[in-house]
Design a protein around this ligand. Structure first.
Ligand SMILES: [Zn+2]
Length: 319
């Protein structure tokens, strides 16, 4: 077992933050600036029909504004400012009605279809931003208070209930926090130290991962960790330590990762969401992966990073 201090990936967030774009939030209401930036030949645009993006060879296609299909260049498209990659260019998304999406069906792909290709690249933050916003527009047709129609404002980042007789409220894009956690028992680094992994009842046999769940109103992240682990596995958790986070707009989450120490060991799964949970030593994981009886989450996810950081060496995951 390699020394875990030699392993650099102890405190990760999604690789996207390495490439954070300047979102130009203060320019979203500056129509002159928006027009100038849109007209810049260096500006690139991602066309999104509903919640599917224009792709080629499994990757998002970024077009110059002069090369946009009519549906994306015209006034019916929602022009969404993403921002600027410093030293590079400015980026927009053009969101169009899927009923008017041009070209062959297979060139329109969902975020899951391209995620593996973009997640560790400079375009990751732009694509996650664009698709998270598109999902929000896709699912937010009417004012949730009065049922009135909504109009985009602030370069696509606000939906205003602005029609006559409307209540005037603004809707903002939502991001739902979810905690995801690796709970351990035993002396850190010892051979008999164990971690708690569970499996969802809809997963194929052998697939296990970290437990996770949504934060409820009025709840701290740490309390959400303790509650979710208790509800899903019957295990009590004492200390909870922040690990890292990952935007996950599928459709509207951010995953906030934690490690936690077990205060009780007996497992009693909820049987509804979680079908089974088990304690695993590092040796159990090694032999389980080698025999194919155990499958762990893939490298794109924070769950993979949580398990790998504890395991102490690169994990050859299988899903
Ligand atoms: Zn309203």
């Amino acid at each position: 077992m390699p020394d875990r201090r030699d392993f650099p990936d102890r405190l990760p967030h999604a690789a996207t933050s390495s490439y954070a774009h300047d979102r130009h939030g203060l320019e979203r209401t500056d129509e002159d600036w928006l027009e100038r930036t849109w007209a810049d030949p260096a500006t690139r645009v991602l066309v999104i029909a509903g919640n599917r993006l224009l792709a080629a060879d499994g990757r998002p296609r970024w077009l110059a504004t002069a090369d946009l299909p009519d549906a994306a260049a015209g006034p019916d498209a929602l022009r969404l400012l993403l921002g600027e990659q410093p030293g590079d260019a400015s980026y927009f998304a053009a969101i169009i009605d899927p009923a008017g999406a041009p070209g062959p069906e297979e060139q329109w792909q969902g975020l899951r279809d391209v995620l593996g290709e973009v997640v560790d690249t400079p375009e990751a933050g732009l694509v996650l931003h664009a698709m998270g916003m598109a999902e929000w527009h896709w699912s937010t047709s009417f004012c949730p208070r009065c049922g009135g129609p909504l109009s985009p404002a602030q370069a696509g980042h606000v939906l205003a209930c602005a029609s006559e007789g409307g209540c005037g409220r603004h809707q903002f894009p939502r991001t739902d926090p979810a905690v995801i956690m690796l709970i351990t028992d035993g002396e850190p680094g010892a051979a008999d130290e164990r971690c708690l992994l569970g499996r969802n009842r809809v997963w194929p046999p052998g697939r296990y991962s970290t437990l996770a769940g949504f934060v409820e109103p009025g709840e701290t992240f740490e309390d959400a960790v303790r509650r979710e682990v208790w509800e899903e596995s019957g295990v009590r958790v004492s200390d909870v330590t922040y690990f890292g986070n990952q935007p996950w707009p599928l459709p509207a989450s951010v995953m906030i990762g934690f490690t936690g120490r077990a205060a009780s060991l007996e497992i009693d799964v909820d049987g509804a969401e979680i079908e089974d949970a088990q304690w695993y030593t590092r040796d159990d994981i090694r032999t389980g992966l080698a025999s194919g009886e155990l499958m762990l989450p893939g490298g794109v996810s924070i769950s993979h990073r949580l398990i790998q950081a504890w395991y102490g060496e690169p994990l050859d995951s299988s899903w």
